[in-house]
Design a protein around this ligand. Structure first.
Ligand SMILES: C[S@@+](CC[C@H](N)C(=O)[O-])C[C@H]1O[C@@H](n2cnc3c(N)ncnc32)[C@H](O)[C@@H]1O
Length: 262
């Protein structure tokens, strides 16, 4: 149970995220949807890749094998696409709980990067996540804004499994939606996220009621099972999973990029 649950005294262990959230119509409009809800999404993804490239350089690794958890549809805004594009000899194994996402990623990336992308369906909230085709060791395990759907019960086991699936010297690099441990700051940053969405919707569709936008956003997040912990809680969980060296390297309002070294 996260300490915030304890603080709120709800006694609720958050359930795993809803893998059906990304229906086919949303997959088609994925980049557009992301541009509305996620401030500096592209910059954040570029920074995940920047960390991977840095670690490749200092380890003299030119052909990294990478697992991308919650890989999405393989559009240019995704980590999988950017990895394949910017590290020419990389191979990426993408896993997502949504069939629609995996089909779209396989279609886009297998055509553009033959023999370098392998997409498969898998739910990180289930213990059967490690299908034979991905039960390998990796130089990097990356994830871009997906692990906020990881339920409390699975968090430590799954992070431990990630640790075990990394080569010695490997790294886990992930952006995750987080929340501040300070309630006033959590409220402020959440307000900024709602403001961003409101601004984008007004730009696209004309005047919108801010409170209505904020309410709809909160409902969507609850429906999708978004589980926002504090950065401290993630780092504590990463340590417990075996990663002795873990920290936040980038942060903007409600998003952090974590790096954990094996
Ligand atoms: C916000 S999208 C991020 C997609 C992509 N990584 C990117 O860079 O844009 C979150 C992704 O996590 C996937 N996801 C949600 N819950 C999941 C689960 N339990 N197991 C695996 N993937 C999951 C969703 O289907 C979706 O593709």
């Amino acid at each position: 149970m996260s300490s915030r649950d304890k603080q709120n005294d709800t006694g609720i262990v958050r359930p795993p995220g809803n893998p059906k959230f990304w229906a086919a119509d949303r997959v088609k409009r994925y980049d557009y949807c992301q541009s509305l809800i996620s401030e500096q999404k592209e910059e954040m993804t570029r920074n995940i890749i920047r960390v991977v490239r840095y670690l490749c350089r200092i380890r003299s690794l030119s052909n990294p094998k990478v697992l991308d958890v919650g890989c999405g549809p393989g559009t240019p805004g995704t980590a999988a696409w950017q990895l394949l594009e910017s590290i020419p000899n990389s191979r990426v194994f993408g896993v997502d709980s949504s069939h629609e996402m995996v089909d779209a990623a396989n279609a886009a990336l297998s055509a553009a990067y033959p023999g370098r992308f392998f997409g498969c369906v898998g739910d990180f909230n289930g213990s059967e996540f490690w299908a034979e085709s991905i039960d390998l060791t990796y130089d990097f395990i990356v994830s871009s804004v997906a692990l906020q759907y990881l339920g409390d019960e699975r968090r430590r086991p799954f992070l431990t499994e990630l640790y075990e699936h990394l080569t010695n010297g490997g790294a886990f690099v992930s952006s995750i939606a987080v929340s501040s441990a300070v309630p006033e700051v959590a409220e402020m940053t959440d307000h900024f996220a709602a403001e961003f969405l409101h601004q984008q919707l007004e730009r696209e569709r004309g005047p919108q009621d801010f409170e209505e936008v904020r309410k709809r956003r909160a409902e969507q997040n609850a429906k999708a099972g978004v589980n926002r912990l504090t950065s401290g809680e993630y780092i504590e969980s990463l340590h417990a999973a075996g990663f002795q060296k873990a920290d936040v390297v980038w942060h903007l309002w409600i998003k952090s990029i974590f790096v954990a070294l094996k």
